[in-house]
Design a protein around this ligand. Structure first.
Ligand SMILES: [Zn+2]
Length: 386
């Protein structure tokens, strides 16, 4: 990662390069910036710059042996420390080093815009405390006692320093208080609130400005091929977090599918009530949709059922003229208004219960084709009992 690829203020990059050029790097830095933005990328670019064998024009060369190893995050003097826990791949005594490859893959997959919640999902840990633990700090001390491989700096990037477990903090503090020569700690955190004051007082603070909406929008257009309008919508609700913008993008793709399926189901079921004509119900189309659904992931299927129940609630609100309480996009609103007459106080609750029942069956790995087919016929039945 070179400075030129980090979407951050040029002044800040020049400042960091100058610190390195003039040998004024404080041995412990705290980069304060939002999760899912350029915090991690900037730390790596800074570390790469320090170790580069041919830095010029305020940036690393991207070509030397050191830079090549940095590109793979495998430089022997770069140590990554991050929250971890017992997981499927590590059954006991977890520490960052045991997750090194998983973490690198995670970083590359998110193009360096890493978010804590995404990492927790990646660890597939349930109800476990995810933290930087005492073994991580012991490993830092162990590494600190040997010389740097490349005869330069040893650099520790501690991602999510606020997740430092209270039992581990004193060990890290001791290391920060008695720094070895040519050792650099870059602590990354979202806020200083959860960091021990004694650790704070040992670090030099570098504040990263939030990622502007406009920059996020442009990236979504350039790299994710979104339309100007879609990119602007997502950037506006991304809370200056690029990782969040990406997950919103995926959700929005999912949402389009949900809208399509929902509209097809209610259209067909309502036709059965109004015409009583099986042919007009266009059942083959529903069968095709159910086949499509059955090929999707279990998460998708459960979310879809959750979507149906949310829409049923909205339909009832629209039919009762309680429109102010409706939470829906403009597109959904059109569907809601068309089919609201089929939702009454009489059938809303049974329909809602059908959603819950179907969800439970999906949880228990019931046959998806059967669950959705059954659900579809119940929908038609309750429409006629409105
Ligand atoms: Zn280089």
């Amino acid at each position: 990662m070179q400075f030129k690829d980090v979407m951050v203020d040029e002044g800040l990059k020049r400042h960091l390069a100058l610190l390195a050029d003039e040998n004024r790097i404080s041995h412990a830095q705290l980069f304060l910036g939002k999760n899912g933005t350029h915090n991690f990328a900037l730390a790596v670019a800074f570390a790469q710059y320090i170790c580069c064998e041919d830095k010029h024009d305020g940036d690393s060369c991207g070509k030397c042996h050191s830079c090549k190893m940095f590109e793979k995050l495998q430089h022997p003097d770069l140590h990554l420390i991050f929250p971890n826990c017992i997981a499927r791949s590590v059954k006991k005594d977890p520490e960052s080093d045991l997750f090194a490859q998983d973490f690198r893959d995670f970083v590359f997959e998110h193009n360096y815009h890493i978010d804590f919640n995404d990492w927790v999902k990646e660890l597939k840990s349930e109800n476990k405390v995810v933290s930087i633990n005492i073994r991580d700090c012991a490993s830092i001390i162990r590494k600190n006692s040997v010389r740097a491989h490349e005869n330069g700096y040893k650099i520790y990037i501690v991602w999510m320093a606020e997740k430092l477990h209270h039992t581990a903090a004193p060990k890290l503090l001791k290391t920060l208080e008695e720094p070895e020569n040519k050792t650099l700690f870059i602590l990354l955190a979202e806020s200083t609130d959860a960091i021990l004051p004694t650790i704070l007082s040992r670090t030099q603070l570098v504040k990263l400005p939030p990622m502007p909406e406009e920059v996020i929008k442009q990236h979504l257009i350039d790299e994710e091929c979104l339309s100007e309008e879609e990119a602007a919508d997502i950037a506006a609700i991304s809370e200056n977090n690029y990782a969040k913008a990406l997950s919103l993008k995926n959700e929005s793709l999912e949402l389009h599918q949900f809208q399509k399926y929902y509209a097809a189901f209610v259209k067909s079921a309502s036709t059965y009530v109004t015409s009583g004509n099986l042919e007009e119900m266009n059942y083959p189309e529903i069968q095709d949709i159910i086949k499509e659904i059955s090929k999707s992931s279990k998460d998708f299927q459960r979310n879809l059922m959750h979507y149906f129940s949310r829409m049923f609630r909205n339909e009832l609100l629209v039919s009762q003229k309680d429109n102010l309480l409706v939470k829906a996009t403009a597109e959904e609103y059109k569907t809601l208004e068309t089919y609201a007459p089929f939702f009454t106080l009489k059938n809303a609750m049974p329909l809602y219960n059908e959603c819950n029942k179907a969800s439970r069956h999906l949880e228990r790995n019931a046959n998806t084709m059967l669950v959705f087919t059954d659900f579809y016929f119940k929908l038609a039945e309750f429409f006629s009992k409105r």
